[in-house]
Design a protein around this ligand. Sequence first.
Ligand SMILES: [Zn+2]
Length: 275
Amino acid sequence: MTLLDRFEASAQKIFDVHLHGTENPSAQVLALQKAGVYKAAISTSWSLQNSYRDFSNINFLHGLMFPCANGKVPYSLQTCFTGEEWPSVSWVEQQIKKKRIDYFGEILNQYYGISPSDSLLFPYYTLALKYNLPVGIHTGGAGPDHGSPNFRMEMGNPLLLKPLLSRFPKLKVWIMHSGDQYYQETISIMQENELVYTDISVISNPDIVPAERFSTIMKAFLDAGLEDRIMFGTDNGDILKVLNAVESLDFLSNAQKRKLYYQNAERFFSKSEKH
Ligand SMILES: [Zn+2]
């Protein structure tokens, strides 16, 4: 039995909360669907974003990436939205009203060289609160060749969320990539703030992070009692490899896997779930 057969046979439901665009959305969508993905949160350049609005086999939630150094998406270097570094707040509100933005993220403050608690972001957090939208913030490090000249490693530390969380205590925030090398800081923030979630993208990708390290991080999250707030994400990694990494964690029960694969994300992204 191949890995794909195994996942098809188990009919595992997957909600991928961390996805970006590719040059071939149809092939990407097919591979995700085969692996059991029924819902995904996608953020990419605003023009590419639109090509994900017509798929019916996966329910896409649409994000908004910002701020964009030189108006570009990191790595792909496509134009983020209009070529500006920051989207205008009134335009963002219009898009929310037209139901074209379901969440803010990936927030690229680290690539832009500022803290997630920088006041430049406050007008957007205010908007997210007004419309009950989740906010996903990139944390940890970065791959090579991201093309963002002001990237600052230290701005990926989740402890920098503290001022933001005390100013916007009801905001639905998720720490993307579990903080990666700052995962202990992520745990401490999540223990102090019951509304903060996290996703396992990148740390679960064996092409980037060794399996033993992923296991160590996951064990730490579970030992800290956070199994209800960890969400599945691939960040465009090979989903079968990522699923295999999760399935290889022998300390995870089936109930915990279901929470990770979709139940936690369904609760977090629920429009009716108000904090
Ligand atoms: Zn990221």
